[in-house]
Structure formats: C-alpha cells, structure tokens
Write a protein that binds this ligand. Structure first.
Ligand code: HEM
Ligand SMILES: *[C@@H]1O[C@H](CO)[C@@H](O)[C@H](O)[C@H]1NC(C)=O
Length: 473
C-alpha cells in the first residue's frame, strides 16, 4: 500500500515537473511570476485561499504589482488572470469554441464527460435547451407550493433558537432540489441518503486528484456511483410505468422517448441515461452551494444594514396585508417583489459567490493588448468587476438602490452572462424570495459573533456558518 502511494506521488510530481519545464515561451510577454519550479505559486495560492479574505488577496496583490492581466502557475496549471468589462465580454460571449469552461481534473472525473459543464459549441447549446426548459419561470410554477410549505416549516423550527443559517439554508435548498428533480419527500430515508452522498461528492471537488482508497477524491467517486445507482432505480421504475411524478426527471425522460412529433427536433435531442445522470448531478453541484451561500449572505447583509431590512420588510408586510388573513403567499405575489430583486442582486454583487470564472482558450486571441494562445487557462476575476468604483460608487457599501437603473452589460455578473449564464437563475430567485418573505414577516435575528472570514472553497460562504439567535418580531 505504502509502495503504491509513493509510486503514485512520484508519478504526479513528475507530471507536474514536466509541465513546469515546458512553461510556454509565449507567456514571457505576460507580466507576473510563475513562482518556484514545480510548485509555482501554489503555496501562496493555498495560504491566501484559506485566509479570512479568501482568494481575493492573492489576486489583488498581483494586480497591484503587475496590472489587470497577469500570469501565475498554481495547482499544476498555468493561468492568466484577467478582469474588467472588456475581458468579460470576450470570455463570456466568445464565439463558439473560442473559450470553454475549464474544470479541474477532479471535477471532470466526478461529473462525467456528458455534463453540461464539459460540452461546447452546438452540443452545449442543445443540451442547455433541454435542461433549461423545466427551469424556466413557467416550468417552476408547479414547484411553488412545495417550496412555500417547506420554507414555512423550516422557519417554524427557528423560533427562539440559536441556529447556523448556512446549515439551515443548505438543508432547505437540498430538499427543494431533491423534490424538484425526483420527487423526494423532505423527511424520507431516500432524502437522507441523497444528502449524505451529495455532501461527500461536494467535498471531493477540491481534493487531491489521487484515486486511491481513503482519499476524499476516491470517496467522492464512490458516493457519485451510489447516487447514480439510486437514479438508475428511479429511472427504470419510471420507464416501466411503476411510478409517475411530475418532476424534472420525468420531463427529461420524456425528451428521451417521445420524439419525432415536432418538426424542429434533431435526433441528438434525446438524452441517454448517462447524459441524464451526469446532468442531474451537474444541476445539483452547480445549484446547491451557490443558492445556499446566496441565502446566507443575504440574511447576514440584512442584519448589518437595518435601513435595507426595514425597506424590504415594508415590501413584504405590504404584500401580506393585501391578502385575506389565513391565506399564504401566492405565485403572483412572489413574481412581483421589485425591491427584493434588487436586494438579491446587490447580495450577489457584494458577496461575489463565484469569485472567478474559469475558461480555456480554444484558439488564439487578444485581451487588453496581450496575446492569449490556444490551450491556455484563463480566470476572469469577477470580484474586481463587482467592486469597480465607476460603476458601483463606494463599492463596499450594501446598497440595493444601485439596481434602480439597469446596470451596464458585463458590469454585474452575479449569474454570469452570455452562453453560459446561469440556467438556474429563476429557481434561485424563487427559493430566496419565498424564504425571505416568511423570514422578514415573522422574525428578527441577531448574530452571535462578528466574523467576516470566508471558507476556503470555490463558492464563497461565511466561515462560521453565520450563527444567529432568532426571535419573533
Ligand atoms: C444564487 C444562486 C446561484 C448563483 C449565484 C449562480 C451563479 C452562476 C454563475 C455565475 C454561472 C456562470 C459561471 C461561468 O460562466 O463560468 C452559473 C452557471 C450555472 N449554473 Fe448557476 N447559480 C446559482 C444557482 C443555480 C441553480 C439553482 C442551478 C440549477 C438548479 C444552477 C445551475 C447552473 C448551471 C448548470 C450552470 C452552467 C451553465 C453552462 O455551463 O451552460 N445555478 N451559475
Ligand atoms: C438582477 O440581475 C439580473 C441578472 O443579471 C438581471 O437580469 C435583472 O434585471 C437584475 N434585476 C434588477 C432588479 O436589477
């Protein structure tokens, strides 16, 4: 076993070493340091990633030294960091094939080759059309009651208690997506299995790429296999007519079998089982931590900004008082919450939940006068874009009125932009709006400690999970 480990380590190290040796000559023209041979800037990358301010300090220090475009070598990868509206436009709307998402090896292995995140060009477009349909505003209507009831039930447990907002938000969003995708009941055994497998999968993304028993990566792959086995059972039950549900899985299975009736359908519009499973997992991975983080930051920012909370509460109390007593939130009401929408956008701006977007150049092109070569990894620094004082004066301030007027294109990227803009935007907004409605109408809360540190994960979240004590209004 020990021997085996050593051999693997040597293999990995020599692969890294080899990459360091072939450091692209063309990168000489890009400012920045590639750090130590072999390790590059991996150590400062990891130490800044784990610092209270998170990875942003790594980017910020280098931008001050080298300017908006700089190179680095970390985690076995040469990367050019870029920022600004122009760079965002090039990277996010680049013509087909110019840039593709750039997952790390672990992510690629766990999500599988047919994941939306690994497709480009026409194949990506087609897959997205299939997946986005049930996530459209109309498609989401049938889940409204479930989400509403779950939000009320969840919040009923909060009264006069100390809770970790992040944990609560995580449970809530996972129950929503589990029910939407495969009709899991919030308190079933299946739900528990689903939850524990998902947690293991999640934590395997940022692990070392060693596929040997005992590692987080290995456990992640195993949990993924268990999750797929669970999906296989559900899918075959559905196919055999043993059960029928009006959920996401059902609508995707239908795409599969009932084709040819509509004129504009290609054969490729059918999803194989593998595609179905890879993409359900993709939705889970892309949608869970992000929505959890957004809800948590929003609740934190509200407490820190009482005038915003006051104004938001007015919007919701008004909605509540306009309906008959005893009746609950309606679909119409949740789609007419203008101030809430601004609060959500401002939360995503200030927190910048995905601090950078990762791309791989599929051909040569230029950014800010620098020549980018095919095959290079690029990271778009979104934090700087969200803190540009020209677009967002006094950028540290939490101020939803910034969104009174439409924001210039590529200046606000909370949900991304272009071909890969978040397909889950309507679902995320729906979950957050419903939850916030019941929260601000009924409760007040105060934090148990002051701490602004972030977790060392790609999705930025409060490190202390935001512990609060909750009381009735
Ligand atoms: C507040 C919550 C959310 C935020 C802040 C968010 C943010 C983002 C951003 C910024 C991107 C673009 C990344 C890039 O260009 O590299 C993205 C893509 C994506 N999001 Fe979301 N997201 C959220 C919720 C969701 C939900 C609920 C789902 C699904 C149920 C979801 C599914 C996806 C998928 C599948 C992609 C990849 C799209 C593609 O590559 O074509 N997201 N999200
Ligand atoms: C919030 O951001 C989204 C996505 O960029 C945008 O479509 C929407 O118009 C914004 N809403 C408000 C109220 O600014």
């Amino acid at each position: 076993m020990m021997m085996f480990l050593v051999i693997i380590l040597i293999l990995v190290l020599s692969a890294l070493l080899f990459q360091a040796w072939v450091s692209p000559k063309a990168m000489d023209a890009i400012p920045g340091s590639l750090g130590w041979p072999l390790f590059g800037e991996t150590f400062s990358f990891i130490s800044d990633f784990s610092s209270p301010a998170g990875i942003y300090s790594f980017i910020n220090k280098r931008q001050q030294r080298y300017g908006k475009v700089f190179k680095s070598y970390a985690l076995g990868r040469f990367t050019v960091f870029v920022t600004g509206k122009e760079a965002a436009k090039i990277l996010l709307t680049g013509k087909d094939g110019m840039v593709s998402l750039n997952l790390f090896y672990t992510g690629k292995q766990v999500l599988g080759p047919t994941s939306l995140l690994q497709q480009t060009g026409e194949a990506h477009k087609r897959l997205r059309r299939l997946i986005a349909e049930p996530l459209s505003v109309d498609g989401l209507k049938k889940y409204f009651q479930f989400i509403n009831t779950l939000a009320i039930d969840t919040l009923n447990q909060w009264q006069e208690r100390t809770i970790l907002v992040l944990e609560e938000a995580s449970t809530f969003t996972l129950k929503v997506i589990g029910n939407m995708i495969m009709s899991l009941e919030p308190t079933s055994d299946e739900q528990e299995k689903f939850r524990s497998n998902f947690k293991v999968i999640s934590s395997s993304f940022s692990s070392l790429p060693l596929k040997i028993p005992g590692t987080a990566f290995y456990r992640g792959i195993k949990a993924r296999d268990r999750m797929y086995a669970m999906l296989d059972t559900i899918i075959s039950d559905r196919r055999n007519g043993k059960s029928f549900q009006k959920d996401f899985l059902e609508s995707l299975i239908k795409k599969h079998s009932k084709e040819g009736s509509e004129a504009d359908h290609y054969d490729d519009d059918k999803l194989t089982d593998k595609q179905l499973k890879d993409n359900i997992l993709t939705l889970l991975v892309a949608g869970h931590d992000t929505t959890t983080a957004a809800l948590t930051w929003l609740i934190k920012f509200l407490e820190e900004n009482p005038t915003v909370l006051e104004r938001l509460r007015e919007e919701h109390i008004e909605i509540q008082s306009n309906r008959e007593s005893g009746s609950s939130l309606t679909w119409q009401e949740v789609n007419n919450m203008p101030y809430t929408n601004k609060v959500i956008n401002e939360t995503l701006r200030k927190a910048t939940i995905l601090p950078w977007f990762s791309r791989k150049a599929a051909q040569d092109f230029e950014i800010d006068g620098y020549k980018i070569k095919k095959g290079w990894s690029l990271n778009l620094d979104v934090v700087s874009i969200h803190h540009d004082p020209v677009v967002f004066p006094n950028p540290q301030k939490f101020d939803p009125s910034r969104f009174d007027e439409p924001i210039r294109p590529f200046s606000f990227l909370g949900f991304g932009s272009g071909q890969r803009m978040c397909p889950g935007i309507n679902l995320a907004k729906l979950e957050i709006s419903i939850f916030i409605h019941h929260l601000v109408c009924k409760y007040k809360w105060r934090p148990l400690e002051k701490d602004d540190s972030v977790q060392p994960t790609l999705v930025r979240m409060p490190k202390n999970k935001y512990p609060v004590i909750v009381e009735l209004l």
